[in-house]
Design a binder for this molecule. Structure first.
Ligand SMILES: Nc1ncnc2c1ncn2[C@@H]1O[C@H](COP(=O)(O)OP(=O)(O)OP(=O)(O)O)[C@@H](O)[C@H]1O
Length: 487
């Protein structure tokens, strides 16, 4: 009996189908009080679906759920909140036209009456200060005006705010996917403090090091089933990868030096706020990294280059067609009413045309080619794009850019939510395409990914502060440049 009460939540035999897809195939899962459970698995393994069961946002087709030892017959979001279970979903859920304070109020019905706005502002400000001491976010900021990283910080902080509503378990579905290494570290150390004080967390991440270092227990999912579950110290990176399946055989070849012939100039760009003569220069066949703390001008420069391809822009020279892989897929990348195939084909319309119309057959062929090439997991590419798991949506955006005629591919933190096996495949693909002469400009919040780049521009306060060659590339050096006056 005591054991049962020590569980915050326990699912037995959870089942969920989406048409032909068996997203959950009899899953047993539990979280104890004062425990951080890491949940890992390939894109489409069923992690988010399982979390929707815990958060009450989806009803299982079969199985039972018990919270603190009590069977819940009609479990729902409202019931989960009443029981102190909250979730930070992968697809961020802040209302874009409301302020940070107003968004906080949504989760706290008890913040009512005169002065609620100030109380909501105080509440979220205090939590942001506690988790991310140098956050730079105001409670009056409109959510839609914030960068994706800052929205993620608000969403996470909001989940941990305390009023009259109880708080026992927070589900964090890829909470660091848009955070730079410094900010991700702040969040993970807060999670450790929360758990040490008796709270519980579920941490989903494709950054395996994060899970290995911060979870007490790790659960591995594969194709809708739990395939391994044990204390975190029983696993290491290789064991996790092996249990997840799909990444075997891939060596970390990324760091190998590539032979680059300096090709024709493709991009020359000066950030709008640059005061010295530093500028970004990219040539045919190069893979160029953009690094530094999130929100320091990397995305702005990519967007400036993207728009300069169609309209002349001061300080930016672009000499070939450009495609952009957006990291903020909800706002910038996905056409939500369209199928997966249409989402992939949109950047290649000239090639897909037959007479005046788009040929559905050519569109389907392009989509099938990329489905196989990067393993987009779906029974049918004519399904709506939102039927894909988050990581598979991101793969579709890759396919759109790489399947197009663009000679310059801009990547704005593009691996958000992509699993480790696919990441390694995409790295190979990027290097392969660069060897054929394509140019990649790659902003990433994952320092490890910079190993794929020939050199890396570090940004601070909207300016380039350093240009590091691959032999100088270490996390320390990047952080040093990001915080220092210059480098
Ligand atoms: N609303 C939906 N309609 C149809 N299929 C869906 C829907 N939601 C999920 N699926 C399918 O269920 C399976 C599990 O998806 P889920 O989002 O749980 O995976 P995941 O492990 O969270 O993946 P990721 O790491 O990419 O986020 C996938 O095959 C996905 O395509």
């Amino acid at each position: 009996m005591l054991q049962a009460i020590a569980d915050i939540v326990r699912l037995n035999g959870a089942e969920k189908h989406f048409g032909a897809v068996r997203a959950l195939n009899g899953v047993d899962f539990h979280v104890g009080a004062g425990e951080c459970v890491g949940l890992v698995g390939h894109n489409g393994a069923g992690k988010s679906t399982l979390m929707h069961m815990v958060a009450g946002t989806l009803r299982p087709d079969g199985g039972q759920i018990a919270v603190r030892g009590n069977q819940e017959a009609s479990y729902s979001v409202a019931r989960a909140l009443e029981l102190g279970i909250r979730c930070v979903f992968q697809e961020l859920s802040l209302c874009p036209n409301l302020s940070v304070a107003e968004n906080t109020r949504i989760n706290h019905p008890s913040l009512a009456g005169i002065g609620w706005r100030r109380r909501a502002a105080d509440l979220i400000r205090a939590k942001l200060d506690e988790i991310f001491p140098d956050h730079g976010i105001s409670a009056d900021d409109i959510a839609g005006d914030l960068s994706i990283g800052r929205r993620q910080m608000v969403e996470v902080a909001r989940a941990f705010t305390l009023t009259r509503e109880p708080l026992h378990l927070v589900i964090l579905d890829e909470p660091t996917s848009s955070l730079d290494a410094h900010t991700a570290g702040q969040l993970l150390s807060f999670v450790r403090r929360f758990v040490a004080a008796g709270g519980s967390c579920i941490l989903i991440s494709h950054v395996l090091g994060e899970v290995l270092q911060n979870a007490d227990r790790i659960v591995v999912m594969r194709d809708g089933k739990v395939v391994a579950a044990d204390a975190a110290d029983v696993f290491d990176r290789d064991k996790l990868v092996a249990a997840m399946g799909g990444a075997e055989g891939h060596q970390k070849a990324a760091a190998e030096a590539r032979k680059i012939e300096a090709g024709a100039l493709r991009v020359r760009a000066r950030p709008a706020r640059q005061q010295d003569d530093k500028e970004l220069v990219a040539r045919a066949g190069e893979i160029i990294g953009l690094a530094g703390l999130a929100g320091h001008g990397q995305t702005d420069l990519l967007l400036a280059i993207f728009s300069a391809a169609s309209r002349a822009k001061a300080g930016v020279e672009v000499t070939a067609p450009v495609a952009l892989v957006a990291g903020d897929r909800q706002s910038d990348g996905i056409f939500s009413q369209w199928s997966i195939a249409q989402n992939i084909g949109i950047r290649s319309l000239a090639r897909l045309r037959s007479g005046l119309l788009i040929s559905p057959q050519r569109e389907a062929e392009l989509a099938e080619f990329w489905k196989k090439k990067i393993g987009i997991r779906t029974p049918d590419m004519s399904n709506n794009i939102y039927s894909l798991s988050g990581g598979n949506q991101q793969k579709a955006l890759f396919a759109r850019a790489l399947g197009s005629d663009a000679e310059i591919v801009l990547m704005d933190d593009p691996m958000r939510g992509v699993d480790i096996g696919t990441k390694l495949e995409v790295y190979d693909l990027v290097r392969e395409e660069a060897a054929k002469g394509r140019t990649f400009l790659w902003y990433t919040t994952e320092t490890e990914e910079l190993d794929n780049c020939d050199h890396v521009y570090v940004f601070k306060n909207g300016r380039i502060v350093a240009n590091l060659g691959r032999d100088e590339l270490t996390e320390e050096k990047i952080i040093q440049s990001s915080f220092g006056d210059a480098a």
